[in-house]
Write a protein that binds this ligand. Structure first.
Ligand code: BGC
Length: 923
């Protein structure tokens, strides 16, 4: 089996309560709160990687050994029989990503497993059992055919730009005649599906499966449906919508570019019922199924909205006994071009709900519902007294015009309108085959006067547990963080989208370069981004070119360096933040191929003079412009291309080292040396400025170690000068320079300047967006005044490295490059004048890391937690080691605390796991 499929996790996170007592071990074993970390069903890999988490209040707890047992049944596991795998007692501190090495796991195999750990405290603990099941690994495991209705019906209009295609409904009845042991459904409805058994919806997935490069791969999902079946007659029903499969804009017209189209919606499903007598019954999609496109979902498009006609509802359609004589026989249709594999990234679900804040009238029969927050998902609506066949129209937008009407110019061609044709009487409705980015809904045709209670915002995105909390004494920073949180959750849709509202919503690579790193502190986005790297790889051309967008629904191959670089940047991030080296391993060859392709095609004299987008969306002086036209503000494309090429070589050198490829490593280093020399030769001026002296140019030279050591201070001086003087203490970077702005300012010695940028409330700044009423992050620094054509209210790219800076520098929580995945931690908070307090916590793969400090009158009071089985280097702001206490005692005498040395204005200590309180007074 190839391993370049979505990498697989059978993660079990455990809380093992270990006492700190010398003789006694008191255990408390609990499941972790985060719900996604449930045992995954239908995994795609035959050698899953297993992880666990140890918690203990004791200091300095280190795992000394583990033993994993994997059994084919819960009963065997209970008896401590690892019939599939018994790792034996392994002397090791490893607790993340231990690869299964037992008997071959075939399709459909269940693995029940637990782990026992032994610690240096002389105690041991065992986890609760957890479970995975292997999915259908081979095409031959499928008996379900691809079925559909590959034709257009009278009420449909499949032509551009606003295609109107009805959802396809499929049904089949079957009998259960024996006692069921277990029943599982494997299902893929492309673009997206809803699954029902006997009238009940199965699972909580929305907009599933996740979108992919369908000509290379498509996903299926697995559900345990044992409890949904009953003895006797049963029925399966699925509704399949367009999603990203049947394109939102299939045919190019005028200015609207076509979006790849993969064909009419289709379904493949396989229900496998295992009876207690060991026999298996399969119910698989085939031409014996019935299908119709005449159900209530009469049109659906992620851009344009859903049209639902309640008068066309078909009560009981997914229950047995329904009269489907007017339905059509399902047809066997062409399989998608790509392979079908299990989805290993989390499902999309309704993750939150918001109640409408206010409703007000703007014209007779026209109301505006204000959710109070720019959110992504849809609205559920209640109607007390509907009139049959009348239509309620819900039009969604992010902003209002000054006269309180809906501002829709920035939505471009997206209609963002749901239409609901009512039945008689009381009713409720919400769509499932579209989504909107909105704060406001213009409601028309609603019977009576709508009230806030009649609308609930369903916040819909990938089920990624929240892993970070961050708060400071500065309200602007807190608001910006909050807006970032809402923006990030709003731009997860199985892929990281650029925006959720206009006719775009694409996985633009450049937008999430370092952004994904910041996000990884707030959301457990490990499997999510690993999946996206596969989408990127699936978009690579045979020559090696990487796309600007993945999946390549728009075929954008501009051979620009800065956007595709995200492929390597994220692989590096996943290793550093999650200790997940799999993506590097999987994609190494493709990365190398891309760099060779770019070198051969575009490099001359070691300068890679190819760029398309520049430092995208740097703040223009003219408030109406999207892009600055002033030459002194524009960082040259060849400069960016070469700097990024150099950075890629640095990453490849690191990857080659990690994968034990010494020849490659040496070759990347040698080429990097030549690029660096040519770069400095061409762009470095004697005064220590680079190129045309933009902050972005100088920042990249510093961040990528291109600047010679002897000139770093001078180069940095230019960054400070540009920021403080030329831009009057304001930001001057766009998508590219912003990736390193805050960390470079801080780590080169001016955290006060970074802090100023973070707390500004005048243009251009994040605080300016807040002051102007934003509840997410804008696409443009001047999002309130610029041309609406490219002006979304919910983009992430301008966050740059702000979130990384919040966690790594303000809170001081950073993974030590010496041992990635927070196995070793660097805790080095940066107290900045004006900031009194920071409180942060982050659930790393090793466990919770916390850092809360306040600083007052020369006293720095810092409480921190280091998870079990890790160590941390603690940098306490102090003039002398003697000025530091821990838990009220001299720090160097405190349990588990080791003083290392003074480093500048920091006392450096090393600690093991535990909670500590360091206090230092400036003497
Ligand atoms: C997208 C951006 C993207 C850019 C690149 C825009 O339309 O919204 O986020 O990176 O195009 O050209």
């Amino acid at each position: 089996m190839r391993h370049n499929i979505s990498f697989c996790f059978a993660i079990l996170f455990l809380l093992l309560g270990l006492s700190c007592g010398k003789h006694k071990t008191s255990l408390s074993v609990q499941q972790l709160r985060c719900e996604y970390r449930e045992a995954p069903l239908g995994i795609q890999q035959a050698a899953p990687r297993l992880s666990w988490e140890i918690t203990s209040p004791a200091r300095g707890v280190v795992q000394q050994a583990y033993r994993i047992l994997v059994a084919s049944s819960p009963e065997l596991l209970e008896k401590d029989s690892g019939d599939l795998w018994n790792s034996g007692k392994v002397e090791s501190a490893l607790s993340v990503g231990v690869r299964y090495a037992g008997k071959d796991l075939k399709s459909r195999t269940d693995g029940y497993w637990k782990v026992r750990v032994w610690t240096n405290k002389g105690n041991t603990a065992e986890s609760a059992p957890a479970h995975w099941s292997v999915g259908l690994l081979h095409e031959g495991d499928w008996s379900g055919q691809w079925i559909g209705l590959d034709s257009t019906f009278a009420w449909e209009a499949p032509h551009a730009p606003h295609t109107r295609l009805a959802a396809r409904y499929f049904r089949q009845e079957f009998a259960v005649d024996k006692k069921i042991k277990q029943a599982r459904v494997y299902v893929s409805g492309l673009g997206t599906y809803q699954l029902f058994i006997n009238g009940e919806k199965i699972g909580h997935a929305e907009l599933s499966p996740a979108p992919t490069q369908y000509n290379k791969r498509a996903f299926y999902n697995t559900y345990d449906v044992t409890a949904a079946l009953k003895s006797g007659a049963n029925a399966l029903g699925t509704v399949v919508g367009n999603g990203r499969f049947f394109s939102m804009r299939p045919n190019a017209v005028d200015a609207i570019p076509a979006i790849m189209d993969f064909g009419y919606p289709k379904l493949r499903l396989q229900l496998e019922i295992t009876y207690t007598d060991g026999t298996v019954k399969q119910v698989a999609s085939d031409t014996g199924w019935k299908a119709t496109a005449a159900g209530p979902v009469v049109a659906n498009s992620e851009f344009d909205g859903e049209c639902y006609d309640a008068t066309r509802e078909m009560p009981g359609w997914s229950q047995p006994g329904f009269d489907d004589s007017r339905w059509l026989p399902a047809r066997q249709v062409q399989a998608p071009e790509g392979r079908i594999v299990a989805q290993m990234n989390p499902l999309i679900k309704v993750m939150d709900t918001l109640h409408a804040r206010t409703v007000f009238q703007i014209a007779p029969g026209k109301y505006i519902v204000d959710m109070g927050q720019n959110m992504v998902g849809w609205a559920a609506m209640k109607i007390a007294n509907g009139k049959r066949s009348d239509t309620v129209r819900l039009h969604f937008a992010e902003r209002l015009n000054p006269d309180s009407t809906l501002y829709t110019d920035n939505l471009r061609g997206a209609e963002t309108t749901d239409r609901y044709v009512m039945k008689e009487g009381a009713q409720q409705w919400e769509p499932h085959f579209t989504y909107h980015g909105f704060r406001y809904i213009e409601v028309s045709g609603y019977p009576g006067t709508p009230k806030p209670d009649d609308f609930v915002g369903k916040v819909v995105y990938d089920d990624l547990p929240v892993t970070g909390h961050f708060e400071t004494s500065n309200p602007v920073i807190n608001e910006v963080y909050r807006n970032a949180f809402w923006g990030i959750r709003g731009n997860y849709r199985g892929i990281p989208t650029d925006c959720p509202q206009r006719d775009e919503r694409m996985g633009w690579l450049g937008d999430r370069a370092v952004g994904s790193y910041g996000e990884s502190f707030i959301f457990d986005n490990n499997t999510f981004y690993a999946k996206w790297l596969q989408d990127i790889a699936d978009g690579q051309t045979d020559e090696g070119s990487l796309p600007d967008i993945a999946p390549t629904y728009w075929k954008m191959y501009t051979d620009n360096m800065t956007w595709p670089a995200t492929y390597l940047i994220i692989a590096d991030m996943l290793d550093r933040q999650f200790g997940n080296l799999e993506p590097v391993r999987t994609h190494y060859d493709a990365m190398k191929k891309w760099l060779d392709y770019m070198k051969d095609k575009y490099m001359s004299g070691y300068i890679l003079g190819r760029d398309i987008y520049g430092d995208w969306c740097m703040p223009p002086r003219d408030p109406k412009l999207i892009h600055s036209t002033l030459p002194e503000r524009i960082t040259a494309g060849d400069y960016l291309g070469t700097a990024f090429y150099y950075r890629m070589l640095q990453l490849m050198e690191r990857f080659a080292g990690l994968l034990h490829k010494p020849e490659d490593k040496a070759a990347f280093a040698a080429l990097a040396g030549k690029v660096k020399a040519a770069f400095n030769e061409k762009y470095l001026h004697p005064d220590g400025s680079y190129s045309n002296n933009t902050a972005t140019a100088n920042i990249l030279a510093l961040a990528y170690d291109l600047a010679p050591d002897s000139l770093r201070q001078k180069v940095f001086g230019h960054v400070v000068q540009t920021t403080l003087h030329d831009f009057n203490g304001h930001i001057s970077t766009g998508l590219v320079g912003g990736q390193w702005l805050m960390r470079t300012l801080t780590r080169c010695g001016r955290p006060d300047v970074a802090y100023k940028l973070a707390t500004n409330t005048t243009y251009p700044s994040w605080g300016y967006m807040v002051k102007e009423g934003a509840t997410t992050i804008w696409e443009l620094w001047n999002g309130n005044t610029a041309d609406p054509a490219m002006n979304s209210g919910n983009h992430l790219m301008l966050l740059g490295d702000l979130i990384v800076w919040f966690y790594e520098d303000l809170a001081g929580i950073r993974s030590d490059p010496e041992a990635v995945g927070f196995k070793k931690i660097i805790m080095k908070p940066i107290p900045v004048p004006g900031l009194d307090r920071v409180q942060a916590s982050f659930h790393s793969v090793q466990g919770w890391i916390r850092s809360s400090w306040h600083s007052k009158d020369g006293t720095f009071d810092w409480q921190l937690t280091v998870p079990a089985n890790t160590t941390a280097r603690i940098f306490v702001p102090a003039g002398r080691m003697e000025d530091v206490t821990e838990g009220g005692k001299a720090a160097n005498a405190a349990e588990g605390v080791r003083f290392i040395k003074m480093e500048g204005d920091r006392a450096l200590f090393e600690v093991g796991s535990g909670t500590y309180r360091f206090v230092s007074k400036r003497s």
